[in-house]
Design a protein around this ligand. Structure first.
Ligand SMILES: *[C@@H]1O[C@H](CO)[C@@H](O)[C@H](O)[C@H]1NC(C)=O
Length: 234
């Protein structure tokens, strides 16, 4: 219920995602004997809250959140930048997942920029997502894997291999944000900074964002992504 409250207060325009994430996590954590680790795929436009949600979720699973020793964030372009080193990355990643789950069964692994992750690394992760009781004496069934994927670049599901075998439990779409959602983000940011909410500033920040389609101006191009720096400016 604390997670529910947090998501309802801090995440805007994503009712579907909120509902699915809450159900998925509650179901998984209440199951004493899960048959596989929980795997969530969060996909949608930039700035719609995918990273933000995974941060909130991990804080409720391990109180130090991303700083916890039991939460691991991998960013494709940062951790696995060179195609020539894929073999090394594969070995490393498997060793890390094994080592960390051995130390803490309910470790959380977040993979950001899935759309940029080499297929060879997806293959390296796959065995851990499967229904094995254990692999070499280690059970991965209590672990949680969260995959983040940006929707720009014509959709298409990233790597059919993971889907074929139904290794992803939930595909969670993040919807583009509307003008009113951007305003909500600005108000929330002002409150978080201990400022009183000034509707003039809220409007000015929101009006500076760019929206699409060009004529109707319905959805924010960058979601709420640049709200913080724009607020600094105003
Ligand atoms: C756990 O994962 C981190 C990367 O997030 C890695 O540096 C560390 O060596 C891993 N720990 C073990 C015991 O494998």
């Amino acid at each position: 219920s604390a997670l529910k409250l947090d998501l309802e207060e801090k995440l805007f325009g994503q009712h579907l995602a909120t509902e699915v994430i809450l159900k998925a996590l509650a179901g998984f954590r209440n199951n004493k004997n899960p048959k596989k680790p929980l795997s969530l795929s969060l996909h949608g436009w930039a700035g719609t809250g995918k990273n933000f949600v995974s941060q909130i979720v991990t804080e409720h699973l391990h109180s130090k959140g991303l700083k916890s020793n039991f939460v691991h964030l991998f960013v494709s372009t940062l951790h696995f930048p060179h195609e020539t080193k894929i073999k090394l990355y594969q070995d490393q990643l498997q060793k890390w997942i094994r080592g960390n789950v051995t130390a803490c069964a309910s470790s959380v692994f977040i993979f950001d920029e899935m759309d940029k992750l080499h297929p060879g690394l997806i293959d390296a992760i796959k065995p851990f997502l499967d229904y094995y009781e254990q692999i070499d004496g280690v059970s991965y069934r209590k672990a949680i894997f969260i995959f983040l994927r940006s929707a720009r670049g014509a959709g298409g599901l990233w790597h059919s291999g993971l889907i074929d075998k139904n290794l992803i439990d939930y595909y969670i779409p993040f919807l583009p944000l509307e003008y009113r959602h951007v305003k909500m983000c600005v108000r929330a940011e002002m409150k978080a900074r201990g400022m009183t909410v000034d509707e003039d500033v809220v409007t000015r920040v929101a009006e500076e964002m760019t929206f699409f389609p060009k004529d109707e101006k319905i959805y924010s191009d960058k979601g709420c992504k640049t709200v913080q720096s724009r607020l600094d400016f105003h």
